[in-house]
Design a binder for this molecule. Structure first.
Ligand SMILES: [Zn+2]
Ligand SMILES: [Zn+2]
Length: 535
């Protein structure tokens, strides 16, 4: 691919560009500089100046951008540490949308438009989908979830009739605190014990080194459905945990891949409960999926429902209109079985952890260990594991991932928000992709009152620290001062990537050198102060 800029360059330089770009990516990684920066046009409405600014891509996966993934992991570790052993109730103030959040939302809208246009033109949208999902994570982290993904559609009354039964568990009176108990030792010292819990899914068949011993009897369908609905099982666990604990338990959890490619959960919990109770809660927790049945394949191969504008999907032979999603739900028999019931496996690990101990630090490292890897990134990459992943993907192919999944057409139901061009087996949602293997939810789950800060505020902390160290106070900027716009692909004002990377690395080096100089000067002052005292 040639960049418009490239054409203005001498042939020799032009030929050297791709090579220079690859070398520079390596250099950028060494310096912690984003290798896939997103150019944005920033218009300053005070000065009227417009310039192109590289914004880090913000990827959370190593495979996308190692420097951004590393930064994200460090931020998450800081966030986990901050809230785990709080000794004061966090004060939660709703965030005013700041400049960053505002442009994230605007930028997302632009990217969505570009993605839709690409799809219309039949182009590959993989990259744009990745950008969009990265942006969603950023926006969610910035606390703007409601305004972007929130829907005004009222909840179906039906769902209340199919309420999940409450499991049989002890129940304590609820107290209005998010802090756990403390203990005072005989020497008067106060201890604030907390928990580190690991929850796994059940066995689908014997495995060795993460690979089924007998693939033919391994329950791939169950594994697929468990992965698809895992986040809801986690929600249930938290509800039950709070009911039993009798206080507003806060947690910081990470969903990570097991070697057998199933998601599992590490959870730092503030406060403590008896180990046996945690195990009891895990054993009693389940989630029922009340979806239409998928036992009977109605449409397959060339025999697929056809779309009619204004009507929806029809049976190709009879012309009968297929039930809509809501109709299919209403038709569910009162005493029908749920499509799927999830439970945790027997393997529950509970560890008591004290604030500020090396144990706590180790748990935090453990908790964030695989955050930069996707669920599907096989841990050893061997042939047997690749085949295992392929079989898992196969099981997910026709499994509906959500009410809007085109796979519903296979079972004679119109997906929610059905539109033209849907076909079973061709759902574009993350859940069906090799890197997700069924689990398309968030990888980090943080309860609302975990700490006093959102991830965006942790980011802001770091920025303020650097600016202060450089002696440039972060003067408050008017949130309306800048207008951000995405830059069309191939915009001649965007220099070649190699050049932009080089610029960023250079900038990073300058900052580092400046910081080192400041540190040296501060150390020198301290030294002379000590000498002064000694004299
Ligand atoms: Zn990046
Ligand atoms: Zn789907």
């Amino acid at each position: 691919m040639t960049h418009p800029h490239d054409r203005a360059l001498p042939r020799a330089v032009r030929l050297a560009m791709p090579m220079a770009r690859d070398v520079l990516k390596e250099v950028a990684k060494l310096h912690g500089v984003c290798i896939r920066p997103i150019p944005l046009r920033r218009l300053d409405i005070v000065t009227g100046k417009s310039e192109i600014i590289d914004v880090p891509c913000g990827a959370v996966l190593d495979s996308k951008c190692p420097p951004c993934a590393k930064r994200n992991r460090q931020l998450r570790m800081a966030q986990c540490r901050e809230g785990w052993h709080l000794d004061n109730e966090p004060t939660i103030t709703p965030d005013e949308p700041n400049e960053e959040q505002r442009w994230l939302v605007e930028f997302r809208a632009d990217m969505q438009a570009r993605r839709d246009a690409a799809e219309e033109a039949g182009d590959d949208t993989t990259d744009l989908d990745a950008v969009l999902s990265g942006l969603d994570d950023e926006i969610n982290a910035a606390g703007m979830r409601g305004s972007v993904t929130g829907s005004a559609v009222p909840k179906r009354t039906r769902s209340t009739r199919r309420r999940q039964d409450a499991p049989d568990l002890p129940k304590r009176k609820m107290t209005n605190t998010t802090l756990g108990r403390t203990f005072t030792s005989s020497d008067g010292k106060t201890y604030r014990p907390s928990l580190f819990v690991t929850l796994t899914l059940p066995s689908y068949g014997k495995v060795r080194d993460g690979v089924p011993i007998d693939p033919d009897t391994y329950d791939y369908r169950r594994a697929a459905r468990d992965a698809l609905h895992f986040s809801k099982l986690v929600d249930r666990f938290v509800q039950n945990l709070r009911r039993v604990a009798g206080y507003d338990v806060q947690y910081f959890a990470a969903v990570e891949p097991q070697k057998r490619l199933a998601p599992h959960l590490h959870m730092a919990i503030r406060g403590t409960l008896p180990r046996a109770e945690i195990k009891q809660i895990a054993a009693a927790t389940y989630h029922q999926v009340w979806w239409p049945s998928t036992d009977h394949v109605r449409f397959d191969g060339d025999h697929l429902p056809v779309w009619q504008d204004g009507t929806g999907y029809l049976d190709p032979s009879t012309g009968e209109v297929l039930p809509t999603w809501d109709e299919a739900l209403d038709a569910l028999d009162e005493d029908a079985e749920p499509l799927h019931v999830l439970r945790f496996g027997e393997q529950v690990d509970v560890q008591g952890v004290l604030a500020g101990t090396p144990d706590a630090d180790q748990c935090i490292r453990y908790l964030s260990k695989y955050l930069t890897k996707s669920i599907g990134e096989t841990l050893d990459g061997g042939k047997a594991q690749r085949e295992h992943a392929a079989r898992m993907l196969d099981a997910l192919r026709y499994e509906p991932c959500s009410p809007a999944c085109p796979n519903w057409l296979r079972y004679g139901v119109q997906p929610k928000n059905a539109k033209a061009g849907m076909a079973p087996g061709r759902c574009r949602s993350k859940a069906h992709k090799p890197e997700h293997l069924g689990y398309a939810g968030r990888r980090v789950l943080v309860s609302r009152k975990w700490s006093n800060k959102t991830l965006a505020e942790h980011k802001q902390d770091r920025r303020t620290w650097v600016l202060e160290a450089l002696g440039q106070a972060d003067e408050p900027t008017d949130p309306h001062r800048y207008i951000w716009r995405s830059v069309p692909a191939g915009d001649a004002n965007v220099p070649p990537l190699a050049m932009r990377l080089l610029r960023s690395v250079h900038e990073r080096q300058r900052w580092r050198a400046h910081l080192r100089e400041l540190e040296a000067r501060a150390a020198g002052q301290e030294l002379s102060a000590i000498r002064g005292e000694a004299a």
